[in-house]
Ligand binder design. Structure first.
Ligand SMILES: *Cc1c(COP(=O)(O)O)cnc(C)c1O
Length: 447
């Protein structure tokens, strides 16, 4: 193993060193070469060294350079140095993170990092959390907890009896609800479209004046950080209204919740702690390797009961048992990388990461406006939406930016307008990366 792991380390270092000089999107030729993997199932055993060499030779060149500093597509974090190294070590340990007995280390690190994150987000001390694959899974888990709590209150045991014949629940979402919440709604049996949609304002925020009457059988899904504009719903106001009538408030804060960590942006996340459940990602703005999401609920019991196994509810043991808070049973020890990222950054490093990436987003917006292009959103966070004119022209510029390879940005449709979206979410992005990328975008757009 010694030589093999050293070889993997050498290859990984070489890969990281190459990121600054290569095109961000893989070359077409490299993607075509992936056909080399398309062999029949081998009759015979190969050495691990051969397998690794083949993976590196044909796999590495066909990757998207999203670990580097100039990938601005979707909302994509890089991977902090300590979390990459921790992930390697943890993979070597090969722990089953579902139980305390199968991984005391993961269980301990989940507890510590949950405590730290509750502090960062100002969540109640007694709230519970679970380590899931992504924000979609976190939204799903939180909605399952909400479903449990509201139906239990109505005298219905949904874990045993399912939804057939259950008292109906109402779900309220904003018109700008993220597709992952809709998917989660379909998974928990509420239906994607069986929702009350609240109109939004020009930044995609739920309009308070259009908020409907709710009751104690209503789940309100709010957003902390719109995937396009970065805007936050009026969270404290809606929480207050919804709670007066006994509704459950869930917050999809896949990246936006982390604004709470930066003093200059924390006002955006004001009142987030008033909700009943929360979904966020570690693989976005915290810059932990994929896959890593987090669910939190104010009432620990609702999440534990929703995730209970085989209908039987295991009383809370002395120790927090990781699988009692997630859909998975056996799983990798995600707490290890999350802990490593938080441990490396500390409060000041996390604040700096959030603030710096927001500042870079502002820099992009200024540069694009100065170039004569229209920025479609108020750049309050790390997201920038820019139009280069007509739909066709904007699409053409996006395609050319991607082909140019200096950086990578994706397209989106914002309130009827086609736009290029720039999301600055990686710890690896430097001032120089922003200048180089901005110059490349302006150059491509001017041609
Ligand atoms: C990215 C995102 C999601 C989904 O996150 P995954 O980790 O990809 O499942 C949900 N909501 C918002 C607001 C997002 O930005």
């Amino acid at each position: 193993m010694n030589n093999l792991l050293a070889d993997a380390a050498r290859r990984a270092s070489r890969y990281l060193e190459s990121l600054n000089d290569r095109a961000v999107a893989p070359e077409q030729q490299a993607v075509a070469e992936l056909a080399r993997f398309d062999q029949t199932f081998p009759e015979h055993t190969s050495s691990a060294e051969t397998v690794l060499a083949e993976l590196d030779e044909f796999g590495s060149p066909a990757t998207m350079a999203s670990a580097g500093g100039r990938f601005f597509g979707f909302v994509t974090g890089g991977a902090l140095r300590a979390s990459v190294a921790a992930s390697w070590l943890a993979t070597t340990w090969d722990q089953n993170g579902g139980l305390v007995v199968t991984s005391p280390t993961n269980a301990a690190l989940e507890c510590v990092s949950l405590r730290w994150m509750k502090d960062i987000f100002h969540l109640p001390e007694r709230s519970a959390g679970g380590f899931v694959t992504c924000a979609t899974a976190a939204n799903f888990s939180a909605l399952a907890a909400a479903r449990h709590a509201l139906l239990a209150r109505a005298g219905w045991d949904v874990e045993s009896n399912g939804l057939f014949g259950a008292p109906p629940l109402t779900v309220v979402v904003g018109d700008e609800v993220h597709a992952s919440v809709q998917k989660a709604l379909s998974l928990v049996g509420f239906g994607r479209d069986r929702v009350v949609r609240v109109p939004v304002d020009a930044q995609g925020r739920m309009r308070l004046d259009a908020f409907p009457d709710v009751d104690d059988r209503t789940i309100v899904c709010l957003q902390a950080g719109n995937v396009n504009s970065g805007a936050f719903d009026p969270i404290p106001e809606i929480c207050m209204r919804a709670h007066l009538d006994g509704a459950w408030v869930h917050i999809d804060g896949a990246f936006g919740m982390w604004a709470a960590a930066a003093p200059a942006r924390a006002h955006l996340a004001r009142g987030v702690e008033d909700a009943d459940s929360w979904a966020t990602d570690a693989h976005k703005w915290l810059n932990v390797p994929y896959d890593s999401g987090l669910v939190f609920t104010r009432n620990a019991d609702s999440l534990r009961r929703a995730m209970s196994v085989g209908g039987a509810y295991l009383a809370q043991e002395e120790d927090r048992v990781p699988y009692q808070y997630t859909p998975d049973f056996s799983r990798r020890g995600r707490g290890i990388e999350v802990w490593a990222a938080l441990r490396e950054l500390g409060r000041s490093g996390l604040a700096d990461l959030i603030e710096r990436t927001c500042r870079y987003a502002g820099r992009f917006a200024e540069g694009l406006r100065a170039g004569g292009y229209r920025v479609l959103n108020d750049v309050v966070l790390n997201q920038v939406l820019v139009s280069f004119g007509s739909t066709e022209r904007t699409r053409e510029v996006i395609a050319r930016v991607q082909r140019d390879g200096t950086c990578w940005c994706g397209g989106t449709v914002w309130q009827g307008h086609t736009a290029m979206r720039i999301s600055v979410s990686s710890w690896a992005t430097t001032e120089q990366d922003v200048q180089r990328s901005l110059a490349a975008i302006l150059n491509v757009a001017s041609r």
